[in-house]
Design a protein around this ligand. Sequence first.
Ligand code: TMP
Length: 212
Amino acid sequence: MQHLKGKFIVLDGPEGCGKSTQLRLLADYLRSNHVDVTTVRDPGATRIGEQVRAILLNPENTEMGMRCEMMLYMSARAQMMKEVIAPALAQGKCVLCDRFVSSTLAYQLGGDGLTFEEIHATADIAISHRWPDLTIILDIAPEKSFARLNRAKDRLEQRPLAYHQQVYANYLAQAKADPAKYRLVNADADLHEVHRAIVQCLSLSSPGFTSL
Ligand code: TMP
């Protein structure tokens, strides 16, 4: 797993897909294989980013427009890139990120007329052109994943099922459009099975791995 030094890996997917648990399992696995790992969650990971996160997820902020929402996610991300991700990568660490631009391209796409090109161009500025080496999408339909949530819903989780079905479709479309940089992993399976599939995506023997 030494080939993952200095690599930037994103785990993403719909609400309740299990990515935070899988990120922890993956970080433990890589550390036990002597890879120096930095984990971050987006939005968050910095003092400023966590404040922006609180604004974004506050159910009282009902008047927030999609363009404002998109720019706030990008602001938190810009700070995280400068303060945490870029320095960690420069030190040869493997960065594991819970969500990233792939989330904005799933959740904010189409809102207030936002296009893929607009989000992509804004992201490129926010992240100083440092795109992830690989984005792993945990594939589970929202009808199933929402059943796993057992806490109060935040502002985005409160949106109707039809919205989350579109988010899911946006994830699948991204993965299909860029097979070199995306992998889909079936998340409707046992925790350990999902973990093994994620590790397989990162192994040198994985098909198409040379593009990482
Ligand atoms: P989390 O539940 O994985 O911590 O993510 C916080 C919420 O923010 C979740 O509902 C997904 C949403 N989100 C977006 O809408 N756009 C984004 O770019 C990101 C990173 C998250």
